[in-house]
Every structure is written in C-alpha cells, then in structure tokens.
Write a protein of this length. Structure first.
Length: 168
C-alpha cells in the first residue's frame, strides 16, 4: 500500500508544483510589461491639462490619439517635457501624430487660430513671455518601453519661419 500512495502523490505533486510556478509567473510578469505610471517631479511646474486638451488630443476630429493611455506636460529646469504613454502595440500613426503635435505646437508654436486647440494657454504663455523654456523633450512609451525621445534645443525655438521653404 505505501508504494501505491507514493505513486498517487507523484501525480498530485507535479500538477501542484506547476500551478505554483504559473501563479508566481502570473503575479510577477505583469509588472515588467506594464506601462509606466507617469509622475511629474516635485520641483517641476505641472502644465498637464486632463480636461479640454486631453479631449482634443483624443478627438477624431482633432489629433485623433485614440490609443493614448496617459500623458503629462511640465516645465523643469528650463526644459518643457511632454510625455506620452501608448499601448505596446499602438498604431504607428498614433505615435507619429503625438510627435508631430509636440513639434508643431511646442517647438514651432503653430496652432489653429479659430476654435479650441490642445495646450493653447501653454503655447501662448511661452510666446507671450509668461512661461519660459529653452528646449522641448518629447518622450513616448509603448507599454513599458521608451520608444522615442526627441529633444529640441533653443536653436529650433528661435528660428523665424518664412514662406520660402528653407529652414535656415
């Protein structure tokens, strides 16, 4: 009889051990694949607009960033930071539009003249002298991976734009 019990216990120990391993993996793995929780540093000036600007960024008639999970905008040490988080498998056009928004709006200062525009007060604050930054950093996470980090320095911010088509 003891040998029969040993055989039965083998059949129960193997599945029990596998269940424990799978449970441990299920509890530990999500933390490695999850998107970061964006936090604005304590010494930074928070400019994130979770209201109208976020609605305009995700609106299909505006910037159409429908896959945007979170974002933040803040000033720290003379640098404007715009951080975006998208799902790991975000569409490339979503990422391109987020980068284009930062370039168009915060680096070049373009915005729609009529109607609402995301972060209009921040853009106008910079060009009106109420806010000051010497560069812009755009960071985009796809899931837990930092996919893009675009840094624009003061040279770009001060270039006068002309209709000639040349950048410099």
């Amino acid at each position: 009889m003891p040998e029969k019990n040993k055989a039965h216990s083998k059949y129960f120990l193997i599945p029990a051990a596998l269940c424990l391993i799978l449970l441990a993996a299920a509890l530990l793995l999500p933390q490695f694949g999850e998107a970061p929780q964006l936090e604005i540093p304590a010494d930074a000036l928070a400019l994130t607009d979770a209201g109208e600007s976020t609605e305009l960024l995700t609106d299909v008639r505006q910037w159409n960033l429908s896959q945007l999970e979170q974002h933040q905008v803040y000033l720290q040490d003379g640098q404007l930071y715009v951080d975006w988080v998208f799902p790991k498998k975000a569409a490339a056009d979503q990422i391109d539009r987020a980068r284009a928004f930062v370039q168009t709006s915060f680096v070049l200062g373009y915005q729609q003249i009529l109607g609402p525009y995301p972060y209009r007060a921040v853009i106008e604050g910079y060009y009106g002298g109420e806010l000051e930054w010497t560069g812009v950093t755009c960071r985009i996470w796809q899931g837990s991976k930092l996919a893009f980090e675009d840094v624009y320095d003061k040279l770009y911010l001060d270039v006068p734009l002309t209709g000639s088509g040349s950048a410099h």
